[in-house]
Design a binder for this molecule. Structure first.
Ligand code: FAD
Length: 474
């Protein structure tokens, strides 16, 4: 009897323990992907990720066909779809790799019970994270709330298991179940095609993920420690959407940074691994605090007075705040479905502290527009910036969008790329066009308030107002 292997956030053949174990059994394997209805807690699939998912499934389907298998696509609740596939194929076992978002965990737990009661074998495996979030505990047995001891424990618990290779063949059933046509899922944008530029930057799917990792190790990792903060430099891996869809496992990424001795400074490797561990830490927080995307970790913030207007929010989403580094980031997000980490911090801080808009609105916008949107990392990072999270940056550390821009984009290359109407402006004023003398603006062809907006708030004043709002919570 066949084994159903249910693919979820593990759209890969390499280092896929559920798939490898099913294959070892020597029984026919039926790979399945289910488009589940929107999961309650973590919200529906964002539009940018729907684009990614379409391409990633097409890629997975091709890879499976290359090894003699197929991907069966179905939509509906996991329980209903698996139930009918079991009836249609006579499968007696279902394997999957574990997911850790609370709605997903709830579905899987209930399903395991139902299927087992009906006499099926259900097996779940690890592979989405470096370490199981339930296993990481402080000496006192409680979950970690602070990153540094979490990292120390993770580092001390040894390397993740060495990654498994991809199967070179996969036996299937004599009769394949019917698969739905992915085109009918309408995951791609309709007119206008706002994702037109995504494919210039991204190659969803496992082969794209593996290429990205290889080129990062070759070209980006050396210098990561310092270079990772500069958005115009090529020192970050851009692996996050591939990791979010499980097109590559974190263990594989971890192991790829081993044995580079001499060629790459150990500090660069350690820093990179520490970032990967932030991903695990975010899942650890989400696992133990399921409301991470909807509730302040620190309830003191429940009383915060969010006075920002819908107009401010709209201008932030459109990249028209009048602060070039914020606007460049928000436009990168719209055009490419991503934003450099340093700029995410600046743009998020600006929304929460300069515009006094609830971090949850920013979290929702990012969830819809980021190709790497992740229920754990997105919520944990927003709470970190807002000051309401576990081990968060204190609220009073308010990013100054001008000095941050000057420090991390000193020549303004990043701003020029995404805010072309400022391209001709002298580097001295690129992060503060509102301070440029009229003659400089005229020479650069800029009409402030027309071709590029004046600042929607005065950062210094906004900072004072935010601090006063914060003081009232103490
Ligand atoms: P690299 O620097 O190459 O890092 C390697 C990997 O480590 C990343 O791919 C990612 O998986 C992980 N990582 C790095 N930094 C973090 C971090 N701070 N927290 C968790 N994991 C990290 N990351 C997401 O994956 N999804 C999100 O939805 C998300 N939302 C964010 C929202 C805000 C407001 C902020 C400030 C950060 C957010 N991040 C999110 C974290 C971080 O910005 C991205 O992971 C990073 O920019 C991805 O680029 P990279 O792959 O080139 O990173």
């Amino acid at each position: 009897a066949p084994i159903l292997v249910w693919f979820r956030k593990d759209l890969r053949l390499h280092d896929n323990l559920a798939l490898a174990t099913a294959r070892e059994n020597g029984r026919p394997v039926i790979p399945v992907y289910i488009l589940e209805p929107k999961a309650a807690g973590t919200g529906p699939l964002g539009a940018a990720q729907a684009w990614w998912l379409h391409h990633s499934l097409v890629s997975l389907s091709t890879s499976l066909e290359e090894i003699g298998s197929r991907l069966t696509l179905r939509h509906g609740s996991a329980e209903a779809v698996l139930g009918s596939l079991i009836a249609e194929t006579g499968a007696t076992a279902v394997y999957w790799n574990r997911r850790y978002d609370p709605p997903g965990v709830a579905i899987d737990t209930a399903l395991k019970e139902t299927l087992t009661t009906h006499g099926l074998t259900v097996r779940s495996f690890s592979g989405q994270l470096l370490h199981e979030p339930s296993r990481m505990r402080t000496g006192g047995g409680t979950p970690y709330r602070v990153y540094t001891p979490f990292w120390k424990a993770l580092d001390a618990s040894g390397e993740p298991p060495a990654p498994l290779s991809a199967p070179i063949s996969l036996a299937g059933p004599t009769v394949w179940p019917r698969s739905e046509d992915i085109a009918c899922w309408t995951l791609l944008p309709q007119q206008p095609d706002w994702a037109a530029e995504f494919s210039d930057v991204w190659h969803p799917g496992e082969p794209g993920a593996r290429k990205r990792l290889a080129s990062f190790i070759e070209e980006g990792l050396a210098g990561y420690r310092h270079g990772r903060d500069f958005p115009a430099r090529p020192h970050t891996s851009k692996l996050s959407p591939h990791l979010a869809f499980g097109e590559i496992s974190p263990a594989e990424v971890w192991h790829a940074t081993r044995g580079l001795g001499g060629r790459i400074d150990t500090e660069d490797v350690i820093h990179f691994r520490k970032e990967l561990a932030w991903r695990d830490f975010s899942y650890h927080l989400l696992f133990h605090f399921p409301d991470l995307s909807t509730r302040n970790w620190n309830p003191r913030f429940d009383r915060f007075y969010w006075s920002g207007s819908p107009d401010f929010f709209r201008r932030w989403t459109e990249g028209r705040t009048g602060y070039p580094i914020v606007d460049a980031g928000m436009r990168e997000l719209w055009r490419h479905g991503t934003m450099h980490n340093r700029v995410r911090m600046i743009a998020a801080s600006f929304l929460v502290k300069d515009l006094l808009i609830d971090w949850r609105e920013g979290e929702r916008w990012f969830r819809d527009t980021l190709v790497d949107a992740d229920p754990a990392s997105n919520a944990a990072s927003w709470q970190w910036v807002a000051g309401s999270g576990a081990d968060a940056a204190p609220f009073f550390r308010i990013f100054n969008p001008i000095t941050q821009g000057e420090k991390f984009d000193p020549d303004g290359d990043y701003v020029r790329r995404f805010v072309p109407e400022l391209a001709g402006l002298d580097a001295r004023y690129i992060h503060k066009p509102f301070e440029a003398p009229q003659a400089v603006l005229v020479e650069a062809g800029i009409r402030l308030g027309e071709s590029y907006p004046l600042p929607i708030v005065d950062h210094r004043k906004a900072r004072e107002i935010a601090m006063a709002a914060y003081q009232s919570l103490l």
